[in-house]
Design a protein around this ligand. Structure first.
Ligand SMILES: C[S@@+](CC[C@H](N)C(=O)[O-])C[C@H]1O[C@@H](n2cnc3c(N)ncnc32)[C@H](O)[C@@H]1O
Length: 208
C-alpha cells in the first residue's frame, strides 16, 4: 500500500516513528485494553498499532477539523475496525464530559500533542486523563521534552523556536513540569525511554 497517497493529512513522521513507538508501547498494553488516543491526526498510529494487536479497543479522538478525514482514513484502511472518532478539544468542557462517559479506560495515548497545545490545554489534558483512567491505567506520552539536567539538542532548540513563532503558546514541554503535574494527580512515572530523533516515550501509571 502506498501510505502517502492513501492517507488524508498524511504525516511522514508518523510512518517513521510508528514501529519504534510500538516496540516500547507494546510493553504497556494488554490484550483487549481500551485505549483512548488524544490528537489522533491522520490515524496512522491507530491503524498501525491496531494491526500489530487487533484485540485492542482503540478509540481515536481529535479536534473537529480532523474528524472527517480521520474517519475516512480509518474506514478506508480498516473497514469496521474502529468506532467513529470522538471530537475532542481538551479545553472544551462539553467534549471532556463526553470522554468521561467512556467506561473502563485502561490507557490514554497521545503523540506529538503537548508541544502543540498551550500549557493551559496541557493542564486540561492531564486533568482529563486523571479523571478518565481507571486506577492502574497508564498514560503514554510521545514527543520531545526539555530536561533540567540534560543539554537540549540543536534540533530541538530549532524546533522550539519554530513552534514559538508558529503559535505563541506552543513549546516543547519541560519533562519535570509534566512529571510534577501528573504526580499531583496521583500518577507515578513508570518509564522514560529515549526514542529516535530526540523524542521520548513517557509512561505514567495512575496509583489512586
Ligand atoms: C502534530 S499533530 C500530531 C498528530 C498525530 N498524533 C501524530 O503523531 O502524527 C498535533 C495534534 O494535536 C491535536 N491537538 C492540538 N490541540 C489540541 C486540543 N486542544 N485538544 C485536542 N487535540 C489537540 C491536533 O488536533 C493534532 O491532531
Amino acid at each position: 500500500m502506498d501510505d502517502q497517497t492513501t492517507y488524508l493529512n498524511y504525516a511522514p513522521a508518523a510512518d517513521r516513528n510508528k514501529a519504534p513507538i510500538w516496540s516500547v508501547l507494546n510493553n504497556y498494553l494488554k490484550d483487549n485494553d481500551h485505549v483512548l488516543e488524544v490528537g489522533s491526526g491522520s490515524g496512522q498510529h491507530a491503524l498501525y498499532f491496531s494491526s500489530q494487536n487487533p484485540t485492542l479497543n482503540w478509540q481515536c479522538a481529535d479536534q473537529q477539523e480532523y474528524e472527517v478525514p480521520l474517519k475516512m482514513n480509518l474506514e478506508a484502511l480498516n473497514p469496521g475496525g474502529f468506532t467513529s472518532p470522538i471530537v475532542l478539544d481538551v479545553q472544551n468542557k462539553r467534549h471532556v464530559e463526553r470522554i468521561k462517559n467512556l467506561k473502563d479506560l485502561d490507557v490514554v495515548y497521545t503523540a506529538n500533542t503537548l508541544h502543540i497545545m498551550n500549557w493551559d490545554a496541557c493542564l486540561s489534558f492531564f486533568s482529563m486523563v486523571g479523571s478518565v483512567l481507571r486506577v492502574g491505567g497508564r498514560c503514554c506520552i510521545y514527543g520531545p521534552f526539555l530536561y533540567e539536567d540534560r543539554p537540549t539538542t540543536e534540533s530541538n532548540l530549532q524546533f522550539n523556536e519554530w513552534l514559538r513563532q508558529r503559535s505563541a503558546g506552543s513549546a516543547i514541554r519541560s519533562f519535570e513540569d509534566v512529571v510534577r503535574v501528573l504526580h499531583g494527580l496521583g500518577f507515578e512515572l513508570l518509564s522514560d525511554t529515549d526514542m529516535p530523533a530526540n523524542n521520548q516515550l513517557l509512561v505514567f501509571q495512575k496509583q489512586r
